[in-house]
Design a protein around this ligand. Structure first.
Ligand code: SAH
Ligand code: SF4
Length: 352
């Protein structure tokens, strides 16, 4: 069956696919994935560096307006010890993620951490940052220190929907301009969205997927929106599709994404695993080639609580590793140990 994915209408039709049609969509995505990026799944050890955030996004559990959060920042030793674990176990890469801060103390601490990880691993560790909106100067400092990739989700490519999910001092255009700066500085650039947001239509998700293509992203990290009680969006929970609907829509979106952008890196997000025990396996089978085992010290994990029922809150690093390996094998993949697993798309672009 020929799957046409050129217009919002065509993509929306496939995003709504059920039964045999959904199976066919996912089968074609799986085959495309094997043909392009192959069966390897790359590991990125996720280190949730701090839950202190100056922003107040309406969907997020660690927003600055949530007074119930016990705020923490990991020490340099804690981060380095997680990074050493990642190196020892052959994870190849780490992701440093945190709430957004832009003060000099924060910027220089990240710079020092990146430098230390590069030095200790003799430049072998692929470092991804996911630290929100920063100035081009800050992005340049972190790049110079050794960071390879940056993840900044656009959350939705619809400026109107974006405005409804954020306070008025958060800017959609600023976020777009950050993505452009990252590109200019030579990062491998990743973005993404949340799927199943209150008030979000299937057509808007289709437009997001076309937006990723138009932005020529190297990596995409997307996943279902999950409610959090201590956020303003909780009041709109009646407008959110059921967990099953969000799951089906997300899986179709992953399949469409792989067909639209065959050679990019796609992550199987923690959020899909949080709404279904087999979620990450299915996404890995269908479309994804990257997974992010949690390497945050487990005494802190419950405090990086972006949404309800987040998984991996109690496991030690070793448990996470064993689970992740089992999960990759169950999805028919092969763990890409001791490899950075850089975006093929980025590689082809920069070879031209
Ligand atoms: N502060 C940085 C990185 C941490 S937040 C930033 O905002 O870019 C990382 C991602 O978590 C966000 O981009 C958002 O897409 C996701 N997230 C936040 N709240 C969520 C929720 N309730 N459900 C699903 N994903 C959520
Ligand atoms: Fe802060 Fe990121 Fe959460 Fe927004 S999504 S409140 S920037 S941690």
């Amino acid at each position: 069956m020929k799957i046409c994915l050129e217009t919002i209408e065509e993509i929306s039709r496939w995003l709504r696919a059920t039964g045999k049609e959904a199976e066919e969509l996912r089968r074609q995505a799986h085959e495309t994935k094997l043909r392009t990026v192959g069966g390897k799944v790359y590991l990125r050890g996720l280190i949730e560096f701090s839950n202190i955030c100056r922003k107040n996004c309406f969907y997020c559990g660690i927003r600055c307006g949530n007074a119930a959060v016990n705020r923490y920042t990991l020490s340099r030793q804690e981060v380095l010890s997680s990074a050493r674990f990642a190196c020892r176990e052959g994870f190849g890469s780490v992701v440093i993620q945190a709430g957004e801060r832009s003060d000099e103390a924060f910027v220089s601490e990240i710079e020092a951490l990146v430098e230390a990880m590069m030095q200790e691993s003799h430049g072998q560790l692929g470092i991804t940052l996911s630290l929100g909106e920063q100035t081009p100067r800050t992005y340049a400092r972190w790049k110079k220190a050794g960071a390879l990739r940056y993840l900044l989700r656009i959350e939705t490519s619809d400026a109107g929907l974006y405005a409804g999910l954020h306070p008025s001092d958060h800017s959609f255009h600023q976020r777009l301009s950050c993505i452009s700066s990252l590109r200019e500085l030579g990062y491998q650039v990743g973005s993404g969205i949340m799927i199943g947001l209150p008030g979000q239509s299937v057509e808007q998700v289709a437009a997001d997927l076309l937006f990723f293509k138009a932005m020529d992203l190297d990596m995409v990290g997307m996943g279902p929106y999950i409610e959090h009680r201590q956020t303003p969006l909780w009041a709109q929970r009646h407008k959110v599709p059921s967990l099953q609907e969000r799951y089906d829509l997300s899986l179709n979106a992953w399949a469409v994404l792989r067909l639209l952008m065959p050679d990019i890196n796609i992550a199987a997000s923690t959020a899909i695993g949080s709404i279904s025990p087999k979620g990450r396996q299915e996404v890995l089978y269908t479309a994804a080639n990257v997974i992010m085992p949690n390497l945050t010290p487990y005494t802190r994990r419950k405090e990086y609580f972006l949404y309800e029922n987040k998984i991996c809150l109690k496991e030690s690093h070793e448990d996470s590793k064993a689970n992740i390996e089992r999960l990759i094998l169950e999805a028919g993949g092969e763990p890409g140990y001791f490899e950075q697993g850089n975006s093929l798309h980025f590689f082809y672009k920069t070879q031209k």
